[in-house]
Ligand binder design. Sequence first.
Ligand code: SF4
Length: 259
Amino acid sequence: MAGINIEKKIANNVKQAIKEFEAREDIVTHFGEPIISYIDARDQLFDLLFDKNLTEHPKNIYRPGNTVITYFIPYAEEITESNQGGGQISEQWRRASIESAWLSMKINRTIRQTLNIIGRLSSILNTQLDWDEEKRQPAWSHKLSAYVSGMAELGPAGSIHTKAGFGGCCNSVITDGKFTKASEPYDQEELEKIYQQILADCCYEGAQNVSCTKEMIDACPGNAISENGIDRAKCQQYCKTIDEYIPSPDVCGKCFSFK
Ligand code: SF4
């Protein structure tokens, strides 16, 4: 439809959807300003992440998909603050991760309905329950998509760090609409460096040049962190005690601030 600035419309509709969500009587979490990015699904970094088994490829999920729309909606600052330090997960953080899953369903619907106005096909990229316990990661990673878009840097246990912080609701939708161009191609050496840097930024055990501080080791309630990095099996085991179905580091988040 001519004359519609669809990115602006999506931004406005997403803000409105957050307001409506926060106004519900059963919702206690407050959220900040959303960040929304548009990434070409042919970006070479998606190929890299897929080849290295770190996430599904957007084109495998939705073949006609051209653009991945990824968003991050930060938690109110006091929620992230409440979960700092060792010991138990704060009640506010626990509740925020549950409500984030509900919010993301509403936001995904909002984005898809907005794309409908201009006749664009779209699809969500995963369900809430697509955690792969063998790989210890979701089939599709919204957070890696946020990283590819340049909206976020990576941090401990695959956390993302945006200009609005690291605690928040991250999700994505894919559409056949074209909103952006693919980034410049990388050579093989650059791609390998990026891959090694991803592993190091996430502080995964076995990655090159990873060294975790005593404060970070002590902050982990799952005893999953040593000087050599994060043992992802132990991390998942602990996160399963918080959320049996989605044992993602997001439900704990105690190490995220040690970037
Ligand atoms: S259990 Fe996982 S997410 Fe929680 S602090 Fe330890 S490594 Fe980080």
